[in-house]
Design a protein around this ligand. Structure first.
Ligand code: ZN
Length: 332
């Protein structure tokens, strides 16, 4: 990104952040007023907050925001829970999609599994297997799975979950920083709210490792691939300091942020956005989340052909050919 563009983006970010203009003590961020698509029927979304691993402090704020967004746009009714009993097949059937709200760890196993008597351990493992099968069947059978940020650190012991979601958390090599995020798929209704412009936001960007960069055993658990996923947004590393960029560890510098995919008859949306409250105060990102949720609910259509199969011009080429109405003196 050129320097003037970066300045414009930072200024734009300050104006665009809904939360920045909010008086202290107000009820929360300004959520979108209208849905991305009219729901075909009343929709129910299971917002699941449980973590058996690291727990993000933002989870209650995110749950409240996602709930309000569904209510105020009438796109869905959210049910917020940490009860794994809701994943029993007959109870899961009442939902149209599951939203993993920064969930981490082996969600369906008790944290103290190893300390339980042998019989209780066996029962816990049987339930874990049953609930995992229930969630996989739910998605494969035509329902939806949306997941944000740390949800790629769920179910490490369950290979199909990584495959279904599309990636496994490997690291957040840079910690939190003001990232430049580029639009990979500017034609998608899930990115329309960004108007083709880069996003500048403080975020803890995740790294999903690749075969070229990681040759240890852990690679076997890294399903991330543009041959399977339709990438919507990714980190723009072009202006990063080379030493900082190298910390990410990927030879191809492919750090995807958001994507969608079909899984069986169902739909999956993941975004690595979601570490801090600022993300849920950004109206464009809330619209992106809403569109992702409506995609998995089955109400918003989007092209899911894997990115690697597309023969479209690269993001860089699209940027270079954009009209420069806001850039006097800039010639291409
Ligand atoms: Zn985080």
């Amino acid at each position: 990104m050129r320097r003037w563009l970066m300045v414009a983006a930072i200024v734009g970010l300050g104006v665009g952040l809904a939360g920045a203009e909010e008086p202290a003590g107000s009820a929360g961020p300004l959520v979108p007023k209208s849905a991305a698509a009219r729901p075909a029927k009343a929709r129910r979304l299971l917002v699941f907050n449980l973590c058996t691993g690291f727990r993000h402090a933002v989870i209650p704020f995110a749950a409240e925001t996602i709930t309000r967004m569904g209510r105020e746009t009438e796109a869905y009714e959210a049910v917020v829970s940490e009860d794994i009993g809701l994943f029993e097949p007959d109870r899961l059937a009442q939902f149209d999609a599951v939203f993993l709200n920064n969930s981490t760890g082996e969600l369906f196993l008790p944290k103290d599994l190893d300390k339980l008597p042998a019989e209780a351990q066996q029962a816990a493992r049987q339930r874990d297997e049953r609930l995992r099968g229930s969630l996989a069947d739910f998605v494969r059978g035509g329902k939806g799975l949306a997941a944000i940020h740390a949800a790629t650190a769920c179910f490490y012991a369950w290979p199909e979950f990584g495959e279904m979601l599309g990636a496994r958390f490997d690291s957040h090599a840079w910690g939190q920083f003001v990232a430049t995020v580029q639009i990979d798929d500017s034609n998608s209704p899930l990115t329309a709210m960004f108007h083709g412009k880069d996003i500048r936001i403080k975020e803890e960007v995740y790294v999903f490792a690749d075969k070229a960069s990681r040759k240890d055993y852990w690679f076997d658990h890294q399903p991330y691939s543009r041959e399977k996923l339709r990438i919507l947004l990714s980190l723009d590393t072009s202006e990063m300091d080379p030493a900082k960029r190298a910390k990410g560890g990927r030879a191809d510098n492919d750090y995807a942020i958001s994507w969608i995919r079909r899984y069986g008859q169902g739909r999956v949306f993941y975004t690595a956005f979601g570490h801090g409250e600022n993300v849920y105060r950004d109206e464009a990102i809330l619209r992106h989340l809403l569109a992702g949720i409506q995609f998995v609910l089955g109400d918003l259509e989007a092209d899911t052909a894997p990115s690697a199969a597309l023969k479209e011009v690269s993001g860089a080429a699209i940027k270079a050919s954009e009209p420069s109405s806001s850039s006097p003196g800039e010639l291409h």
